[in-house]
Design a binder for this molecule. Structure first.
Ligand SMILES: [Zn+2]
Length: 147
């Protein structure tokens, strides 16, 4: 049973649902409240009108949700593929250290080693920032689609 307060939102004027002994539905043709005597908020006719609009609204929302889910399901493999590409590109630009042993990379680094390391140019830094943003975005989208 759908409460008349909810049905009244489909036939009444927003916020004007105080029980007053008369129907709160707004009648466009008369430019006035229905005002038939009622037990609560709506007369029988306007309860039915409210119910029809409520059901139509729910069907419309369900159809929208189904379309949205289908679109996401279609996009999901593309997102996963793109995430894979982004991760590979990040690994190329910023390779993970070969070891996590601090002794291996802590302390002084010989100049010849420093010279051999590719410099993080502005363009690379910018690309890395963009890739990380895209990766976060993809992970969030894939996560929601999996849910
Ligand atoms: Zn009415």
């Amino acid at each position: 049973m759908i409460p008349e307060e909810l049905l009244a939102t489909y036939v009444g004027i927003p916020g004007k649902y105080e029980p007053s002994g008369t129907c709160v539905a707004w009648t466009e043709s008369r430019d006035d409240y229905c005002a038939k005597p009622v037990d609560h908020l709506l007369c029988r006719r306007h309860r039915m009108v409210g119910l029809k609009r409520h059901d139509a609204d729910r069907e419309k929302k369900a159809a929208q949700q189904a379309r949205y889910s289908q679109q996401r399901a279609r996009q999901l493999p593309k997102w996963r593929q793109r995430l894979d590409q982004v991760n590979k590109r990040i690994a190329v630009l910023d390779p993970p250290p070969l070891t996590t042993d601090r002794a291996a990379w802590g302390g002084e680094i010989h100049r010849s080693i420093l010279r051999s390391r590719p410099a993080m140019s502005d363009a690379r830094v910018e690309e890395m920032a963009r890739l990380h943003r895209e990766r976060d975005n993809l992970i969030a989208r894939i996560g929601r689609a999996d849910a």
